[in-house]
Write a protein that binds this ligand. Structure first.
Ligand code: ARG
Length: 382
């Protein structure tokens, strides 16, 4: 699928115009607006497309983060490092740039929010697509005795297996990068050790926690969303921030259709799991989240807790208000899955609206995979 119309339904020029006006105003380059717009108008007339300057994609990508209604980490939108790789259009090159992205974003544990932007969707030209949901993600295998690994990744894992991938089949095998150019068969690339980072999970108080043999990776880099700036779509534009401990402790490890660890943890804690009112799930989810945070700290990998990040979000709201902008939000995603009512944003109301630039879900090229709800409506943080 080659999407070349702006997702907002306006014409390309209208989308470009509203972006350029806002972008150049924020960058205090108002005097260049009219000349840039007439250039873009000519380019669109001739090619039904226009090319962003580096400054435009850099600020545009930062605006897209700032506009992501589901992201609670937006306070740091201005620090996003933008890697312009619009000239990389072969699968091996994309893979290599994804590896470099991971290394640079990891930054020795002091995680640097980063986005790598590959070529835009242009009518009649081959589109770059990264099939992976994230640049680092653990494979999942369906076996006769249940799942091994991450059940959320079974489809992509099966595809890789069909394509001849031979993994060790542990609970934590990194999936290869699956990169497609145009409608050719995707190519598979094993992710080199140098691009990966693993954090073994231990608990500050419970020594037995290490025996659960849990681990997670350090850099969450979402790679399957489409970045749209001024009506131009970038279907391959992986981006990362740092983790929020609840994402791993209270969802990836806790969800029944993920690693499903609540009962094993509760049992080790010695809590009766036969009655919901013993609150075994609640105690287990807190123990897991605490362990995740502690382990990232111990490895020197940046992570944040849900109390701190929601306070940061309120600081973001104050700043945006001062700048005369409205903060849109999806409350169901902004509140944390652990003790949401103890955070300052619990009582807040947010209006949900997708404004350009933004990150959109796009149809998964994987057979049998459905994109999460509202296709091309919602944003970051999955
Ligand atoms: N929730 C996703 C996961 O657990 C990560 C999404 C992006 N998160 C982030 N902190 N930037 O892998």
């Amino acid at each position: 699928m080659n999407r070349t119309e702006p997702l907002s339904g306006t014409s390309l020029y209208e989308a470009a115009e509203s972006f350029i006006r806002q972008c150049y105003t924020e960058l205090e380059k108002e005097d260049e607006i009219e000349s840039r717009l007439s250039e873009i108008e000519d380019e669109i007339r001739a090619h039904d497309h226009y090319e962003h300057t580096f400054e435009e994609i850099e600020h545009g990508a930062r605006m897209a983060w700032r506009n992501s209604p589901r992201c609670v980490g937006r306070l740091f939108w201005e620090t996003l490092v933008v890697r312009d790789r619009r000239d990389v259009d072969d699968a091996a090159g994309v893979h290599q740039e994804c590896n470099r992205h991971l290394e640079e974003a990891r930054n020795g544990g002091k995680i640097q929010p980063t986005i790598t932007i590959f070529p835009p969707a242009v009518r009649g030209e081959d589109q770059v697509r990264i099939w992976n949901h994230q640049l680092l993600r653990f494979a999942g295998y369906e076996t006769d005795d249940g799942f091994v690994g991450d059940p959320a990744q079974v489809e992509l894992t099966n595809y890789c297996l069909e394509r001849g991938w031979e993994p060790p089949r542990t609970e934590f095998d990194f999936l290869p990068h699956v990169i497609q150019i145009g409608d050719r068969d995707p190519k598979l690339f094993e992710v080199p050790e140098s691009a990966t980072g693993r954090v073994p999970i231990t608990h500050p108080k419970y020594e037995w926690f290490a025996d659960l043999d849990l681990q997670w990776y350090d850099v969450p880099a979402v790679s399957d969303m489409c970045l749209e700036i001024g009506g131009i779509q970038y279907p391959a534009a992986p981006f990362n921030g740092w983790y929020l401990a609840t994402e791993i402790g209270a969802r990836n490890f806790a969800d029944e259709d993920r690693y499903d660890m609540l009962a094993p943890v509760a049992e080790r804690l010695g809590i009766d799991t036969s009655e919901p009112e013993s609150l075994w799930r609640d105690e287990a989810v807190v123990a897991l989240t605490r362990a995740v945070h502690h382990s990232f700290d111990a490895e020197g990998v940046m992570i944040v807790d849900h109390h701190t990040v929601t306070e940061q979000f309120e600081a973001f709201e104050r700043r945006e208000k001062a700048a005369g902008r409205t903060v849109y939000g999806d409350w169901t995603w902004l509140i944390p899955p652990v003790s949401p009512a103890t955070t300052p944003i619990w009582k807040n109301k947010y209006e949900m609206k997708m404004v350009d630039p933004n990150f959109y879900y796009q149809e998964s090229p994987l057979e049998g995979e459905t994109p999460p709800e509202i296709v091309s409506m919602m944003s970051t943080d999955t």
